[in-house]
Every structure is written in structure tokens, then in C-alpha cells.
Design a protein around this ligand. Structure first.
Ligand code: NAD
Ligand code: G6P
Ligand code: MN
Length: 467
């Protein structure tokens, strides 16, 4: 069996420990010879790197484990690069969210003006990172989920148009399936094959086909969501934090208002901006929750293991932790380091890498360029759609034309995304202003200018110079 070499770029990410553990768990199915963490913040990565050394010494002695800030060491002889960088860090995410909220506008990581600001930082950083990976490993698969993935995907399509081994992905549809598929006769996500279309964080499920019978079980799920109170049947409220509970519950409301398809949770920011603004504390946003929660938890987790010097035989023992196929300990508490809302993230990426490595041709939702996939949407649009994924990459499955409602929303959002990428690549203030005005969470030009100017001021060198 071939043994693969993997780099995780953004090695200091809060998601890295779960990913490292997941790779240990699938070691017999997806064997590795080398695992490298790469980050441009040595101090931040150090905590996770030292945890990783212990983990790999005990659970994966046959694989070499390295953490580094050196590009050549990181990217030489790589088969898969998993990319999860956050340029500007959670500190700038906090600004992305808080500045628009001052004006009663959506303040969110990837939606509305926050996604614009994050995009202005991520686009140049991602381009530079892809170039660095390509310099040392021209044929590595780059699986990127750095946000805002829609904008990153539009930028990488333009700068690396022929690079079919560069794939942009998101775990949100997977999480939605993990949570809501049980409404269809107790099915699991892996029992069905989804059909879905839209832009990242801005799309709809149109079908979920039972893999054995071919039956579309989405109508059954929609019917139950329309009736409401699905959290009783699904019991998800005990599993997530307050933000995700609210968000998953909100899906019922979206289906009641628009019953023909199952929307991505992030559509709540575009379809109910007033509710979402009034539901957000402008002085304590999601970034604060993550800084005070997941970020601290991950560091403490790694540091505790570092001080123990071992994992086997401790409360962190992987065999114990994952034995019931879940991340819960006997008290029902999460022992895993991160687990934002479920384990979708790490699982999804490993499943995708395996489908490529072994040419399994499984269906995944990837961001790919529209050229007739949804025939009545703009060519070039970076659609998130179902693709068969194998050794040649993703092959999209054609889907029916978009309805007028969805098409209207999507074309507007795509114009915003294109203008954001134009602004970042050309250094254009005018395009940046246009992007914010086109975004349906902003609309007003004077307001857009105020938000833009504040973003430019707080971002300093994180932003391209806008003239
Ligand atoms: P984080 O801040 O904890 O981790 C990001 C890491 O990237 C940090 O260690 C930082 O130092 C590093 N970094 C920043 N710029 C870099 C660069 N240019 N080169 C190398 N390293 C760099 O953030 P997080 O909350 O763990 O999230 C990580 C990323 O994953 C974010 O982009 C987040 O939006 C994304 N994410 C995406 C999805 C998805 O569905 N697509 C899901 C989860 C997380
Ligand atoms: C989902 C989305 C990601 C996003 C994450 C935010 O997984 O698909 O794109 O980054 O949620 O989670 P957080 O806990 O950082 O707010
Ligand atoms: Mn996402």
C-alpha cells in the first residue's frame, strides 16, 4: 500500500489536533510516511507541534512527524496539503464582526462585510501559499478550506486556472447532513448521496438519494422540518453550543418560509439580517466565543498532554476516547480538543483525501467553475456542487436550472464575490466599495464607505493597499 506524505498548513489552527488524531485513527486505511505542520507563527504552532510529537511517537511510530516554519522543509515531497490558514488571526475576525455591527449590519466571519474583510486578507495570503507549495511539490493535492472559501475559490480559479489538484471545500453541508439525515428514517449522512448547488455558504440541497434504493429522502426531511420541533427528535441541543443550536433550529424557520429545498445554515444571514443582527451581541461576537472557548481549550489540551509527556493510559487515550465511535466520555462531555459542533471537519477532509488517493469516485461537494453545471447561472461562478472525486479530481454532476429566487440571490452574491477578488488583486478602492454596496447585507453607499474605511484603518498591512 502506498504511504502518503501530508502537510497541514496553518499547523497552529485550532482544528489541527483533531485532524492529527483522525489521521491516526485511519492509519490502516490511509497510511502515512510523513506528517508536517507548517505555520508562519512559530510560537502558536509550538503547542500543537509538541502535542503532535507525543501523539505520533505513541500512535504512529512509522510516520515521521515534523513541525516547521520553513517552506522548503514543509512543502518538499508532499502528496496532500491540507490548508487552514486564518490571515490576521481571530483578533482580526473580531474586528470583521464588530465594525459592521456598530451600524446594525451583519457582523460575521464569512457573510456580509466580515467575509469581505477576511477575503481581502486571505486572497493574497492564499495565492502566496499555493505558489510556495507548488514550488516544491508541483503535483500535490491542495485541499483548501481556509475561509472565506467562496472568495478564495474565485481568486485561486483566476490565478491558477489549470490547477485541477487545487480544491476548495467546506464542511457545513456535511454537518447539516450529519444532523438532519436521521429525520429520514434514522439514516446517516453516509447512507445518502446529496445534490446541492450554490456559492459557498450560500446554497441549497435539492435532493438526498438513498445510496441503496435511489429514493430521494429529502422531501421527508423537509416535511419534518416544516412541522418543527425537530430538535426533540434529533436531540442536537445537547451536543452543540448556543450559537449552533440557534442556527440549526433556525433551519426549521427557513424551511417553513421556503419549503422547496434545504438551505445552507449561512443563508440565515442573508434572508433574516434583522433577526441575526438583533441576536448578536455587538460587544461579544462569535470571535470572542472562539477566543475564550475553542482556542483556549485547544492550547490547554495540548499543554496538558505535553506536561504528562504521554497520551496512552491517560484520560486522553485515543482508544478510550473514540471507542464508542463518538467523542464523548462517560459523562457525556467532550474530551476532544476542538469539536466545534461535531467531528465533521476532520472526517470530511480525510474521506476526501482517501477518495482521491484510491480513486474511489465517491460524491463530495466541491467548489468548481460553472460551465453549464447549472445551465442558467453565470459561467465562471464557483459553484459548490456534488462531484465524483477520484484520481483525476472532481467531476461535477449536472443539476437542474436554478429557480428565479435562487438565481436572483446567487447572481448578486457572485457579483459581490467577484468585485471583492478584483479589489484584492487590483488594489482597487472603487471595486471594494462596489463589492460592499452589492452585498445585500449593506446596500447603502455611505454606509459601505464608512465600514470600508474602518476596515482599512484597523487592518493596516493585513490588507492590500487600496487606491
Ligand atoms: P486559527 O487562527 O486557530 O488557525 C489558523 C492558523 O493559520 C494560525 O495558527 C495562524 O498562525 C496560521 N496562519 C495564518 N496565516 C498564515 C499564513 N499565511 N501561512 C501559514 N500559516 C498562517 O483558526 P481556526 O479557527 O482554527 O480556523 C482555521 C481556518 O480554517 C480558518 O480559515 C477557518 O475559517 C477555516 N475553516 C474553514 C472551514 C470550512 O468549512 N471551509 C471549516 C472550519 C474552519
Ligand atoms: C462551519 C463553517 C466554516 C466556519 C466554521 C465557523 O464549520 O463551514 O466555514 O469557519 O463553521 O466555526 P466557528 O466555531 O469558528 O465560528
Ligand atoms: Mn464553511
Amino acid at each position: 500500500m502506498k504511504q502518503f506524505s501530508i502537510v497541514i498548513a496553518g499547523g497552529g489552527s485550532t482544528y489541527t489536533p483533531d485532524m492529527l488524531e483522525m489521521l491516526c485513527l485511519v492509519r490502516e486505511h490511509f497510511p502515512l510516511r510523513r506528517v508536517v505542520l507548517y505555520d508562519n507563527d512559530a510560537e502558536r504552532q509550538e503547542h500543537i507541534g509538541r502535542f503532535g510529537e507525543i501523539l505520533y511517537r505513541e500512535y504512529y511510530p512509522e510516520a515521521e512527524f515534523v513541525y516547521t516554519t520553513d517552506e522548503e522543509t514543509a512543502f518538499t515531497d508532499i502528496d496532500f496539503a491540507l490548508v487552514q490558514i486564518r490571515p490576521g488571526g481571530l483578533k482580526m475576525r473580531e474586528m470583521d464582526e464588530k465594525i459592521p455591527l456598530k451600524y446594525g449590519v451583519i457582523g460575521q466571519e464569512t457573510c456580509g462585510p466580515g467575509g469581505f474583510a477576511y477575503g481581502m486578507r486571505s486572497v493574497p495570503a492564499m495565492i502566496e501559499l499555493v505558489r510556495a507549495i507548488r514550488r516544491w511539490s508541483p503535483e500535490a493535492w491542495i485541499l483548501n478550506y481556509s475561509n472565506p472559501a467562496a472568495i478564495v475559490a474565485e481568486a485561486t480559479k483566476r490565478v491558477f486556472p489549470d490547477d485541477f489538484r487545487l480544491i476548495n471545500i467546506c464542511d457545513m453541508p456535511i454537518s447539516i447532513m450529519d444532523i438532519f439525515c436521521p429525520l429520514a428514517g434514522g439514516r446517516k449522512r453516509t447512507d445518502v448521496e446529496p445534490r446541492y448547488y450554490g456559492l459557498n455558504h450560500f446554497g441549497w440541497f435539492t435532493a438526498m438519494y438513498d445510496k441503496k434504493t435511489g429514493e430521494d429522502v429529502l422531501p421527508e426531511i423537509l416535511e419534518k422540518l416544516k412541522r418543527g420541533n425537530c430538535d426533540d427528535e434529533l436531540g442536537f441541543s445537547g451536543k452543540n453550543d448556543a450559537y449552533w443550536n440557534f442556527t440549526f433550529k433556525h433551519l426549521e424557520k427557513m424551511v417553513q418560509d421556503f419549503p422547496h429545498s434545504l438551505p445552507n445554515t449561512y443563508l440565515q444571514y442573508y434572508l433574516y439580517p434583522q433577526t441575526m443582527v438583533s441576536h448578536t451581541d455587538p460587544n461579544y461576537t462569535r470571535a470572542n466565543t472562539v477566543i475564550d472557548g475553542r482556542e483556549k481549550r485547544v492550547k490547554a489540551y495540548c499543554d496538558e498532554i505535553m506536561s504528562l509527556g504521554k497520551i496512552r493510559g491517560t484520560k486522553f487515550d485515543l482508544d478510550r476516547k473514540y471507542s464508542a465511535g463518538s467523542h464523548k466520555n462517560a459523562d457525556g462531555e467532550f474530551e476532544s480538543a476542538t469539536i466545534a459542533h461535531n467531528d465533521a471537519h476532520a472526517t470530511y477532509i480525510v474521506e476526501l483525501a482517501m477518495s482521491i488517493a484510491y480513486n474511489q469516485n465517491e460524491v463530495f461537494l466541491l467548489m468548481v467553475e460553472n460551465n453549464g453545471i447549472v445551465p442558467n447561472l453565470s459561467d465562471g461562478m464557483m459553484l459548490e456542487v456534488a462531484c465524483r472525486v477520484g484520481a483525476r479530481g472532481g467531476e461535477p454532476l449536472r443539476i437542474q436550472p436554478a429557480g428565479t429566487f435562487e438565481k436572483g440571490l446567487l447572481e448578486g452574491q457572485y457579483a459581490y464575490e467577484k468585485l471583492t477578488v478584483d479589489a484584492a488583486l487590483e488594489g482597487s478602492y472603487q471595486k471594494a466599495l462596489q463589492a460592499l454596496v452589492v452585498n445585500r447585507t449593506v446596500v447603502d453607499t455611505d454606509l459601505a464607505r464608512r465600514i470600508l474605511d474602518e476596515y482599512i484603518a484597523v487592518n493596516g498591512e493585513h490588507f492590500p493597499v487600496l487606491k
